[in-house]
Design a protein around this ligand. Sequence first.
Ligand SMILES: Cc1cc2nc3c(=O)[nH]c(=O)nc-3n(C[C@H](O)[C@H](O)[C@H](O)COP(=O)(O)O)c2cc1C
Length: 170
Amino acid sequence: MEFLKGIQTRRSIRAFTHQTVTDEDIHIILETAMMAPSAVNCQPWHFIVIRDKDTFGKIMKVHPYATMLSTAQAAVLVCGDKKLQHDEGYWVIDCSAATENLLLAAHALGIGSVWVGVHPRESRKKAMRQLFNLPEHIEPLALVALGYPTETPEQPTDRYKPDRIHFEKW
Ligand SMILES: Cc1cc2nc3c(=O)[nH]c(=O)nc-3n(C[C@H](O)[C@H](O)[C@H](O)COP(=O)(O)O)c2cc1C
């Protein structure tokens, strides 16, 4: 897929087919996530790969906007490591860059995905901590649901906003 077209055509996908997302594709997706930029190249991320349907069920019970997990074939919980980050708060930024890479890599492979927000909602973070036994220094950022799309969302035409662009000064 052509690079810019890939970035511009990525859309959140929330309905998936039964087709398996292979371990090989998960590997490529995570390899690409880990190529993201990070402050002082600290790479303060961890990824939990989830395929277990019971676990999806438990997440759906605690997360109000994760119903797409009912058809997802895999999911990745992106986590930040406070011991590895450059300085206080950097894990959020670095892991967000990794999450966007992850979404784009999935799209390039024809796999649909959606970013399911966890951070900064404390109740969701607490629930993820308990479900995945996260150590104290590990912070859950986002859950990404993955699978082959059954839907083709319309491409937005109105995201380019000239009034958001400023030249030289505000
Ligand atoms: C921080 C963040 C949190 C999000 N949380 C959810 C979520 O909990 N559930 C969901 O279905 N989509 C979630 N999304 C996806 C957004 O709804 C989606 O990106 C947005 O509507 C734009 O659509 P697009 O991804 O198709 O361009 C989240 C996206 C971001 C960046």
